[in-house]
Design a protein around this ligand. Sequence first.
Ligand code: PAF
Length: 281
Amino acid sequence: MQIVRNIADLRQAVANLRISGAQVALVPTMGALHAGHIALVDAARARGCQVVASIFVNPTQFGPNEDLDAYPRREAADVALLEAAGAALLWAPDVAAMYPAGFATRISVDGVSERWDGAARPGHFAGVATVVTKLLQQVKPDIALFGEKDYQQLAVIRRFVADLDIDIEIVGVPTQRDDDGVALSSRNAYLSPDERLAARALPRALGEARAAIERGDDVAPALAAAVVRLGEAGFGPIDYVALVDAATLEPVEALNAPARLLAAARLGKTRLIDNLGVEPV
Ligand code: PAF
């Protein structure tokens, strides 16, 4: 796997990949890779694509009180995982390459960005939208793959890609989970052993709420029960547990169309998010 760190080398390397005639897929990441990221590479390769992965810990999507400095950085281990998964190219710019002096542009997405993590993390989705727009422009892939674990992020990306007529297919890949149901996340590394056990309550609470809503129970009490369950397990504060329209992410009070259960809550110092699809029966 070739590793490139400046735009000129990236463009040349992608041009070389295109000689084979295969489609080019981009898997954007912030590193600290786990099986969830590798599932994105696998999904791209299953489509016959040449895979370009990116690793860039994007400062503009971290708030002032968030964990930018502490965010895990382990490029050598990430390179080994990407190589084993069959990625062809790694784009690993530094901050100066991504945001050169004078950089002054921000992509801000109304509506779908505003609630949930958008409200809890002001500026976060503008940071994501800006860096993903740049990554798409830099690599110019045919497709780009993102995990459904960050469901609102995926919805925001789909929105601006449609709004800005960006001719790249955005592919969502289902959340990868440990055997006990906990969604894989680079942030799980921050959990103590006790917190890691308590983290099981998050997918369980969402699963119970989904089962209740799909069998016709009222939505509000099902969400309230999930909040109680999380509190009992040691989560707090709980930013939100919500049932939302699967595309607009607006809250829904009854299940008439495909919906998504979203949750975000702190366990000790670590903020965890998770989501599940909910289908009308
Ligand atoms: O999901 C992530 O890892 C990041 O938000 C992304 C999409 C790579 C943008 O920095």
